[in-house]
Design a protein around this ligand. Structure first.
Ligand code: 5GP
Ligand code: MG
Length: 189
C-alpha cells in the first residue's frame, strides 16, 4: 500500500496566519493523554470525559483515542456567545450530558478558555452532581482575556488575544475542519 501525503489546506484571505500546526497539536495532545493516563491510572470507575460542544469535538476525538485509562465519552452544550464573538458572561445550558456522573471522576474537555465564564460555570455545575472529582483539559488558553479565575488542570497551548479557528474551532461554523489553528482576521463590530 502506498502512503499518500495529505494536502494541507491553504490559508484563505480571511486568515492571518497559522498559529499552531497540525504536527505540533498532535504531539501536545499525545503529551496531555500521557499525563492523564498517569494521573487516573488507579481509578475504579471509568473516567467521564465531557466534551463541550461544538468546539472541542476534534480535540476530544484525538485525545480519547490516546487514552489507556477506562473512560466514557459524553457531551454538553452551553452558550455564552450567541452568534457574535463577544462574551456576555451569561452562560446557558443548551444540552445536558447523558451519563450519570455520581461517584465518578469527571474531566471537562474544552477547546479554549477566554473570559473563563464557561469553564467556571461547568466546574461549579459538575461539583453539585456527587462527582468524585472535577478537572478540565483545555486545548487553548487566552491568558490576557480572563475575567473570572479558573484553574486549568491540563493545558495544550497559550494563544494571543485574537480570534482563532481550526481543529474544531469556528467562526460562524466555518473553518472547524482545518487541521491547524489559525488566526482569523477579526473585525470588531
Ligand atoms: P469563555 O466563556 O471562556 O469566555 O469562552 C469560552 C468559549 O468561547 C469557548 O468554548 C469557545 O466556544 C468560544 N471562544 C472563545 N475564544 C474563541 C476563539 O478565539 N475562537 C473560537 N472559535 N471560539 C472562541
Ligand atoms: Mg468551547
Amino acid at each position: 500500500m502506498t502512503r499518500k501525503s495529505i494536502a494541507i489546506p491553504p490559508l484563505t484571505d480571511e486568515l492571518a496566519c497559522v498559529l499552531i500546526d497540525a504536527e505540533t497539536i498532535d504531539r501536545r495532545v499525545a503529551e496531555l493523554a500521557q499525563q492523564i493516563n498517569h494521573d487516573y491510572a488507579n481509578i475504579k470507575e471509568p473516567l467521564i470525559l465531557v466534551g463541550v460542544l461544538k468546539g472541542s469535538f476534534i480535540f476530544l476525538a484525538d485525545l480519547c483515542r490516546k487514552l489507556t485509562v477506562p473512560h466514557v465519552v459524553d457531551f454538553i452544550s452551553v452558550s455564552s456567545y450567541g452568534k457574535t464573538t463577544n462574551t456576555s458572561g451569561n452562560v446557558r445550558l443548551l444540552m445536558d450530558t447523558r451519563e450519570n456522573q455520581e461517584n465518578h471522576h469527571v474531566l471537562i474537555v474544552e477547546d479554549i478558555l477566554d473570559s473563563g465564564y464557561t469553564l467556571d460555570y461547568l466546574d461549579r455545575n459538575f461539583k453539585t452532581r456527587g462527582t468524585k472529582s472535577v478537572k478540565n483539559c483545555v486545548l487553548l488558553d487566552k491568558p490576557d482575556r480572563h475575567v473570572v479565575p479558573v484553574e486549568i488542570s491540563y493545558l495544550g497551548f497559550d494563544v494571543p488575544d485574537v480570534w482563532v479557528v481550526g481543529y474544531g474551532l469556528d467562526v460562524g461554523e466555518k473553518y472547524r475542519t482545518l487541521p491547524y489553528i489559525a488566526e482569523y482576521k477579526h473585525e470588531e463590530a
